[in-house]
Design a protein around this ligand. Structure first.
Ligand code: GAL
Length: 849
């Protein structure tokens, strides 16, 4: 044997360095695998809670805060898609800056101590323009999307490999010490693969082996793909996934999209999902063997620019998520889910140690026990019916509201019932203030608007002529929402539709998504499709003149399709027929096949008006209610740090830019149907149309302006208005003052924090009602309502019941007023007993200022 001193010096150094290197990789890298029950991190099965935050739907300045609030809400994992068309708008020209700085986003997730799930797709759906595909992809000769097609596969592989390499270079995979524990390839292809025939199967097999060959060192999943080949884990999507089983006994039961609400469309009412139902879905999933669940979305955010899909997806992508569009905590959703996550985590050891055993003690009742030989025991009791029941389990009886799950981490005490909310409710409100800032503005121009008219019809040099009507997306390649179709036609005075008493009608048919028809330079009429049917067919009464008449049709898209088989081929624009009809004698002239002149985009887009540059006019008087007009103003930001929105009430439809950054399409004149918003009971199966609010009102009036996009003064707001509006009505709205409510009953499970402390004294003190002002620098300023006994109603409309303690209001006022937060025991020991033998609860409504 050679002694240590016999190794030559350089060699010793080499050995030392390699040991260091090995240590470095082994001590930081973790091994992520899976078995039939769970993902294993370094050999240990884990129960994980995940949430989606799409990085381009907020600003990089917001990310750290969003991630921290997710962590505080009990998430272990942040999930995001990767948005190909954001990163590669032009083939081989990449953008990973600002909102698209994926590496920074993933690093922030890691720095917060959370894991990441990177869903590369690169088809993502996501209500994102064209499902995430760049438009140039469509123009590659011979390409067919999402099937066994060489040109498509080559591009998909190139982009996927690029993202994987980027992550590897930055050491972002868990195998390298980074946060990414999971990746997804494709998305929900299983929903539509039958339309692609036998090629679907070979495509999915190819996608699987392509992904695996990229050697990320962490598992891959396919979401909604029953035939995902090994080793890819097929995962579930939906409002509930408790009945899901993976396609192999070796794969864990995972839920990649639990829809925490639903998306909003222009023209639709605002969907929401009650947290009692969301929590029920989550608890049912972990009850029946699930170990990984992801909220889609945890923060929905904003579709800035022209990033919405659809068509007709609104600019807000709030999604009724636990963090609202502005990144603020939504209560009670966030808080109740936080309590839920804690309760589930209290069961983690038992959940990963054994298989669940489920029995049914009665109709609509299910009891699941996770019990180990080593003495661990956790149980879930479910009432699947809509009426309340009592469940007897382990010698105790448990009161179960309908459609709820009780979680018993020790098989005895209830840590949480999904329908009993301990967390407070917050109703935030927007405070409006005028955009006019003369009084306190140093900038004299800050209150005034200037404008530039967008020409009607052809105004750009690159206009071109073609016989017949062109499909829009193939023509514009989505460089703009707008395509002009222009024609001039000569009307002889002896033409029948000019005869006295007859009304000429312009008939236009379009594949969508909306159009404005101008005749002889004047807006004659408009038409718009909707999320259900993008097509437009309009009959517009027009007045023609003998001789030359111009017909200028402005066709527009409102987000390209993102879902369904062959969504990429759906098409838009005025494909005809376009006809002039003389109504009285039925004579019709079909203009479709004539020579049309086309212009892609607007003159103002070519001039870059969105940045505020160019010669803007301020005289003679501000034109209002005029179509096709660019408006500009300068403004000071509302003081403070509260999130800002612009209220576009009074405007028609268009796009808005703040300091050159597009805050999205605005469309306050697109109003939802008056019906469909009936009372929504959380009990019973949820669907995307079950719970709607805002019926008969504009789908979206408030538009998010990220704080980081504005300076304190000298900001520029530019609008392009299509239909006509009054910009002087535009106001700021800052989200701030809040109503807080909480309603806790004597029989409520103990708050999870107390539950886990297991202190006898705390247990005896009983359930606690807590309130906390959500905004910095606010304190509880008044107690609008407090009642202990049998109060009724919901937040904002509580009323006293027959039984009420006279002391409740003063006790609550004393405990809360002037403080940022307060807690009061919801029990007779704190509040006295106004009616013995009656089940009592404490309801409080407070305001913050
Ligand atoms: C899923 C899809 C998501 C999103 C969601 C609805 O089917 O995978 O990307 O579109 O529907 O919000």
């Amino acid at each position: 044997m050679r002694g240590r001193d016999q190794i030559p010096q350089p060699q010793l150094l080499f050995v030392f360095l390699s040991v260091l290197l090995t240590l470095a990789t082994t001590s930081y890298g973790v091994n992520v695998t899976y078995d039939n029950r769970a993902l294993l991190i370094d050999g240990k099965r884990r129960v994980l809670v995940s949430g989606s935050i799409h990085y381009p739907r907020s600003t990089s300045e917001m990310w750290a805060g969003l991630i921290q609030k997710s962590k505080d809400g009990g998430l272990d994992v942040i999930e995001t898609y990767v948005f190909w068309n954001a990163h590669e708008p032009v083939q081989n020209q990449y953008n990973f800056e600002g909102r698209y700085d994926l590496v920074k986003f993933i690093k922030l997730v890691g720095e917060a101590g959370l894991y990441a799930h990177l869903r590369i797709g690169p088809y993502v759906c996501a209500e994102w323009n064209y499902g995430g595909f760049p438009l140039w992809l469509h123009f590659i000769p011979g390409i067919k999307f999402r099937t066994d097609n060489e040109p498509f596969k080559a591009e998909m592989q190139r982009f996927t490999a690029k993202i994987v390499d980027m992550m590897k270079q930055e050491k972002l995979y868990a195998s390298q010490g980074g946060p990414i524990i999971l990746s997804q390839i494709e998305n929900e292809y299983g929903n539509i693969d039958s339309s692609y025939g036998p090629a679907a199967k070979s495509y999915i097999n190819w996608a699987a082996s392509m992904a695996v060959s990229l050697d990320t060192g962490v598992p891959w999943v396919m979401c909604q793909q029953a035939d995902a080949p090994d080793p890819i884990i097929n995962t579930c999507n939906g409002f509930y996934c408790d009945q899901f089983t993976p396609n192999s006994k070796n794969k864990p039961k995972m839920w990649t999209e639990n829809w925490s609400g639903w998306f909003l469309s222009f023209g639709g009412a605002v969907p929401y999902r009650p947290v009692e139902d969301l929590a029920f879905g989550v608890a049912r999933f972990y009850q029946l063997g699930g170990t990984f669940q992801n909220y889609y979305m945890y923060h929905g955010g904003t579709n800035f620019g022209r990033s919405t899909g659809g068509p007709f997806i609104s600019t807000s992508y709030d999604y009724d998520a636990p963090l609202d569009e502005y990144g603020l905590i939504r209560q009670p959703k966030w808080g109740h889910l936080k309590d839920l996550h804690k309760s589930i985590k209290l069961c983690e050891e038992a959940l990963v140690a054994t298989d669940p055993v489920t029995s049914s003690p009665g109709q609509n009742l299910e009891v699941t026990v996770y019990k180990t030989g080593t003495g661990l025991c956790s149980a879930f009791l479910a009432n699947l019916g809509t009426s309340d029941k009592t469940v007897n389990f382990n010698g105790n009886s448990y009161n179960m509201p309908g459609w709820s799950v009780s979680i018993l981490p020790d098989c005895k005490n209830v840590a949480l019932n999904t329908a009993k909310i301990n967390s407070m409710t917050v109703i935030p409100s927007f405070v409006h203030q005028s955009l006019k800032r003369d009084a306190d503005s140093a900038d004299a121009l800050s209150s005034s608007w200037s404008w530039i008219y967008e020409p009607v019809g052809i105004s750009k040099n690159d206009a071109f002529m073609k016989p017949g009507l062109l499909e829009q997306i193939n023509t514009t390649a989505d460089k703009s929402d707008y395509l002009w179709y222009s024609l001039s036609t000569v009307i002889k005075d002896n033409e029948p539709f000019l005869e006295d008493g007859s009304q000429t009608v312009l008939h236009v048919e379009s594949l969508g998504h909306a159009l404005h028809a101008f005749v002889n330079g004047k807006l004659a009429g408009s038409g718009t499709g909707n999320a259900g049917n993008a097509k437009v067919a309009v009959e517009i009464p027009v007045t023609l003149v003998p001789g030359k008449n111009t017909i200028d049709l402005l066709s527009l898209t409102a987000g390209l399709p993102n879902y369904g088989a062959f969504f990429d081929l759906r098409g838009a624009g005025i494909t005809g027929p376009v006809k002039l009809k003389g109504l009285e004698n039925g004579t019709t002239v079909d203009l479709s096949a004539l020579q049309w002149t086309y212009q892609i985009g607007l003159k103002g887009e070519e001039l870059g008006l969105s940045s505020g540059n160019s010669q803007w006019v301020t005289l003679p008087a501000l034109p209002t209610k005029q179509p096709l007009i660019w408006y500009k103003t300068s403004f000071n930001a509302p003081a403070g740090e509260d999130p800002i929105a612009i209220d576009f009430t009074g405007m028609g439809k268009g796009e808005a830019w703040v300091n050159g950054q597009s805050i999205g399409r605005y469309w306050p004149t697109n109003v939802s149907p008056t019906s469909g918003c009936s009372n929504c009971n959380y009990r019973g199966s949820y669907s995307s149309s079950k719970c709607l609010k805002n019926c008969g009102k504009p789908s979206q009036t408030l538009y998010h302006v990220p704080r980081s996009w504005v300076k304190s003064s000298g900001n520029t707001l530019v609008l392009f208005e299509e239909i006509g509006g009054d910009p002087t009505q535009i106001a700021f709205a800052t989200k701030q003052s809040a109503i807080l409510c909480s309603h806790v009953s004597e029989s409520h499970p103990l708050p999870v924090d107390m539950w886990s402390s297991n202190s006898e004294a705390e247990r005896k003190a009983g359930p606690v009602l807590s309130l906390e002002c959500p905004f910095p620098n606010q304190v509880i300023s008044s107690i609008k309502f407090a009642s202990f006994g049998t109060p009724r109603g919901t937040c904002g409309s509580f009323s006293h019941g027959q039984c009420r303690s006279t002391r409740a209001l003063s006790i609550v006022q004393k405990a809360c007023i002037g403080s940022k937060s307060c807690s009061i025991g919801a029990s007779t020991s704190t509040l006295g007993d106004p009616c013995r033998g009656v089940a009592k609860s404490l309801a409080v409504e407070a305001s913050c200022a």
